[in-house]
Design a protein around this ligand. Structure first.
Ligand code: MG
Length: 370
């Protein structure tokens, strides 16, 4: 197979309104703004979405920093160059420190291009076989009454796991109320780093609620304190923000900081690093699942393909697109039925851009040619 030459690239900034505001411990989102990368080569297009937020409130990466690295460094290096595989492209990305979200957009767009050039679904090249993946839903912070109602609604829709966003002062009573309404449901909580070891007693009080895991209770960059906390909890800790490389995953597993790992390809530099994290977690007997960043259709389709790998043993965040958006930027509906999301069929990620709508929600566009 001849290497693929990247003839041209288009970097867009897209702003898609959310159906309802989404609140977590760090703040509220009212729209989903994200960089979208389109790579052109061999007469084919490959698509990638970056998962950064406008401000550094989830991790330290931002839209401005991601766009700058893509614009000033990565795309000028990539356009006009030829790559025989994603592994070849990764060599170009690796020397730059951090910026996993910018690297992921480039790496994932190339995976799509590469898979399409081979006329194979992305999942086949990643090593997955499933035709559908189990999905859960992530409920943002609302009142206890609203959250109970929404949890029951989504449980009835067949979602395989209900995740509740929590923060100090909005935790024990919330979990107790949802658990009472849904005694047998698979429940988890996600604190997005809102607690410290001083809150150990509160987090220990969650041990009685039969949660699948407590996600990222402590600081976004602190694996060490999570290992201290895990030793004091019976509920497994799942790490999200702390895991940005396979080395982070190895350290977390080796030191007992987590028993479950949330993999977001967009957070860890793309599919190759996701697969390494998937594999090292499997070696430790730790299940992984695919987290979400409220992705639009391109990122969501990538996540669905990745979730077909065998150690994705817990339901992911890849809920129906219609849960978040009135209209998505892709033509194919990404909708779960009874908690199962079908893997889009066809070469690459299996979805196509709705160019007309994409133009309406594009707030910036830059092109790069060889
Ligand atoms: Mg999370």
């Amino acid at each position: 197979m001849a290497p693929i030459r990247i003839d041209r690239a288009e970097l867009r900034l897209v702003r898609l309104p959310l159906l309802a505001p989404f609140t977590i411990s760090t703040g509220t989102m009212v729209d989903k703004t994200f960089p979208l990368l389109i790579l052109y080569g061999d007469g084919i297009e490959g698509y990638g979405e970056a998962v950064c937020d406008p401000l550094p409130d989830y991790l330290d990466e931002t839209i401005a920093g991601t766009m700058a690295l893509l614009r000033d460094v990565l795309l000028p290096q990539m356009v006009g160059a030829s790559f025989e595989s994603p592994m070849a492209l990764e060599k170009l990305l690796l020397p730059w420190r951090g910026h996993q979200m910018a690297k992921a957009a480039a790496e994932m767009a190339f995976w799509d291009l590469w898979a399409k050039s081979l006329r194979l679904p992305l999942k086949t090249l990643l090593g997955g076989t499933a035709d559908s993946v189990a999905v859960g839903v992530s409920l943002g912070i609302r009142t206890i009454e609203e959250t109970v109602e929404r949890a029951c609604k989504h449980h009835a829709l067949g979602y395989r796991r209900i995740k509740l966003k929590i923060m100090p002062g909005h935790d024990l009573a919330l979990v107790e109320a949802v658990r009472k309404a849904l005694p047998d449901a698979s429940l988890s909580v996600d604190a997005n780093s809102a607690y410290s070891l001083a809150d150990t007693a509160t987090l220990q009080a969650l041990d009685g609620s039969n949660l699948e895991y407590i996600e990222q209770p402590l600081a976004w960059d602190d694996i060490h304190d999570h290992s201290t906390l895990q030793a004091r909890l019976s509920t497994p800790i799942c790490l999200d923000e702390c895991i940005r490389t396979v080395a982070d995953a190895r350290k977390a597993l080796q030191h007992g900081a987590a028993r479950v790992i949330n993999i977001k390809a967009g957070r860890v530099g793309g599919h190759l690093e996701s697969r390494r994290i998937h594999d090292i977690a499997a070696a430790w007997g730790a299940p992984v699942w695919c987290g979400g960043m409220l992705e639009a259709g391109i990122g969501r389709a990538h996540n669905i393909h990745l979730s077909t790998l065998s150690n994705f043993r817990k339901p992911g965040d890849t809920a129906s697109s219609s849960f978040y958006f009135a209209r998505d930027i892709v033509n194919e509906p990404l909708e779960a039925t009874n908690g199962l999301m079908p893997v889009p069929e066809g070469p690459g990620i299996g979805v196509t851009l709705d160019w007309k709508f994409l133009d309406q929600v594009t707030v910036g566009k830059e092109t790069f040619a060889a």
